[in-house]
Ligand binder design. Sequence first.
Ligand code: MBD
Ligand code: FE
Length: 305
Amino acid sequence: MGNEFTAAELLARVNDSHSAAGDERVRTITARIVSDLFRTIEELDVSANEFWAAADWLARLGASGQVGLITAGLGFDRLLDIRADEADRRAGRAAGTPRAIEGPLYVAGAPLSKYETRLDEGQPRGEVLVMEGRVLDEHGRAVAGAMVDVWHANENGRYSHFDPEQAEYALRRRIQTDAQGRYRFRSFIPPGYAIPPGSPTAELFEALGRHGHRPAHIHFLVAASGQRLLTTQINIPGDTFLDDDFAFATRDGLVVSLEPGTPVSGYESLGVTRPFTRVRFDFVLQPALTEDESKPLARMARVTA
Ligand code: MBD
Ligand code: FE
């Protein structure tokens, strides 16, 4: 008798029952999500087969390590950035280089260099790129000793660590700015990224009739003491998917200009022997308001910290 419920009664039981204090915030958010899903199932008349297919997909998604791909592809990563931008505008601190999502492919602890380095480890591929610039504070003053953590995809659009065919930390480096706040590195212009075919993410995107392409980009975390951690990307101009990124992560202010035919003089230490493509880009940081804001923690570490 007391265990026969309507759907509404069941929902109330699921959301209200607890025998310990638990975590109020977790309870509130869980209750909302469960309520929304109950409603989805009822209003869209989701069948048992559909429901269990979705549960199976979620299990496979988790096992494949692609949760971060789906959060990006369904817009959640960009949503968090939009909300952070809005909060900054409200607080009058919308200055500096725009943020762009970290994505799921950052790996902490890349090899560290001072001022300059090569990401391509002496193996030339693709169009030679030298990117250089300074890290500046909100007043345009050089930030010496800032950490520029940079990573991008290889010539096949894959990222080391997640791609077993690449060396550890391939195309991932940390560069410490010099006394003038300068950094520079040599690499090659990466291609775009595409979600792995045959994967749970690709499966959903196929069912949605969506493509899984990102335009060519390079990721950065820029950290300095007293400065707010900047997570951003630059985009290579001219890419087909520049305005059609599956992760909705490109930003108008971050599409750089390429300077092909830049002469070698002054760049010999990077091993260039003929004119190359240069990108000049300064990172402008905001002052950190709390110690937490300056911490260079990867997203996943942040969640569990
Ligand atoms: C990427 O390279 C990326 O940057 C994002 C955000 C999602 C998937 C792959
Ligand atoms: Fe990426």
